[in-house]
Design a protein around this ligand. Sequence first.
Ligand code: CTP
Ligand code: CA
Length: 222
Amino acid sequence: LLAGAAGRPLKGKRALVTAGPTFEPIDPVRGLTNRSSGKQGYAIAAALADLGAEVTLVSGPTALSAPPGVTRVDVETAAEMHAASMSTLPVDVAVMTAAVADWRVDDVASGKIKKAPGGPPMLSLIENPDILASVSSAKSKRPRLVIGFAAETSDLEAQARAKLSRKGCDWIVGNDVSDEVFGSDGNAVTLITRGGAKAWPRQSKAAVARALAARIAETLTD
Ligand code: CTP
Ligand code: CA
């Protein structure tokens, strides 16, 4: 009994994880997306479920299958990811790993856009909702712990800290993407909290996920 309780410290806790890219249509056959594989987010969903949490994984298009015991909600666009994420609240912890497209096409064509003598089409973009900021400011439904990710190519800690305060989340997992991260199995992250920053050793995405889940469990159970 004691061993069981110790092994599943997140039993009875609810978690939201967003993962993968979003896909923003241009017309019925084309779209804007990015190179996120979803691996880190899926690994975090799995690690939280392993610790006993009830996990909803809101996922953009990926080649991955849902980890055992995790409820996956499939979405394509940022607007869909926003709506699906908000409808999972209240949760105890939200981990926003998705690479949400910053913009979507304002006026999606209803038919396939054809090449025309007038030259290429002009795409007009508008900004997508910020899901992390929305979850962080969800008044009575705000999760106790809201965690964002930040992939930066320079000034990792300063940029991540600016995001933490701009978006109102509690922690940022900063990712140095100057070397390979996208699609790879390894990750070097820095955990930035309101109190400080700590660089973790480079390790597999699964190990990053387990360490983060353990840290979440510590925080939610004290
Ligand atoms: N995020 C989100 N919704 C968005 C954009 C970002 O939830 N529309 C979340 C991501 O899932 C991540 C965090 O915000 O957890 C930081 O994403 P990032 O793209 O680094 O932040 P942006 O504010 O979009 O800044 P940038 O201009 O650097 O892309
Ligand atoms: Ca962005």
